[in-house]
Design a protein around this ligand. Sequence first.
Ligand SMILES: NC(=O)c1ccc[n+]([C@@H]2O[C@H](COP(=O)([O-])OP(=O)(O)OC[C@H]3O[C@@H](n4cnc5c(N)ncnc54)[C@H](OP(=O)(O)O)[C@@H]3O)[C@@H](O)[C@H]2O)c1
Length: 238
Amino acid sequence: MKLCGRTAVVTGGTRGLGRDVALALAAEGATVVAAARETAEDPGGGVVVLKADVTAPDSMRTLMDTVHERYGGPHIVVANAGLSRPGPVARLSVEHWTEVVDTNLHGVFHTVRAALPYVSESPGGRVITMSSLLGSRAMPGAAAYCASKAAVEAFTQVTALELAADGVTVNCVAPGYIDSGMGRALIGNEELWARLAPTLAAGRPGTGDEVARAVLFLASADSSYINGQVLRVDGGVL
Ligand SMILES: NC(=O)c1ccc[n+]([C@@H]2O[C@H](COP(=O)([O-])OP(=O)(O)OC[C@H]3O[C@@H](n4cnc5c(N)ncnc54)[C@H](OP(=O)(O)O)[C@@H]3O)[C@@H](O)[C@H]2O)c1
């Protein structure tokens, strides 16, 4: 039990990769709060669900204050919530561009900023952001998504520099093609998958659990001297 006595917040922790992460942290003894806009679904594993919208700064502040009052901390924050609105730039609507950047980039900023007073209260705090293979690899039709994830990686590195003196580490996980959450639709797209599958050194998509174990490593004391890194969990897409 590596995370006993720790409180973790996972945005978008109700389903997909976020749920996999929430369950992995809870299995190591953390008190885990999954935050999402829709709270009807129970992720299981004793994970508590609270309603919050990462695009709204006040909502994130209320979330972190509530978690602090009820459970202490948070000591660990996983800024995982994200979405994709594919489309070529020439036909990408302003609404879809804004929705992606608001959620994937501004949402990470609002989440981390609201958590910082608590995460940096005592040494050992952990911030983990969620990028993607597409944060460093161009894919036609994914301009908003790629741009938002590249920015998340830069944000992670700057925040890591700023918080290092408080004993807080800030790292990023960049999953590749994963058979969980939004990755399922990609793998299910026969034409696209026929082109992507041969780029996988592992010869198969990753599982949500494989991503969750990377997040768990960065959330635990095992990663105490790792800071400002982007950990690519993609089975070797080279
Ligand atoms: N799955 C993959 O293959 C893959 C690969 C690379 C990177 N990623 C990244 O991993 C993260 C999780 O993706 P996923 O595949 O698990 O997606 P998912 O299954 O679609 O889940 C997304 C989660 O984010 C929440 N969310 C979305 N907008 C939100 C908002 N404004 N405020 C609060 N919560 C919000 C959703 O809950 P509500 O809709 O109820 O709010 C849901 O819990 C994303 O950042 C994604 O870019 C995924």
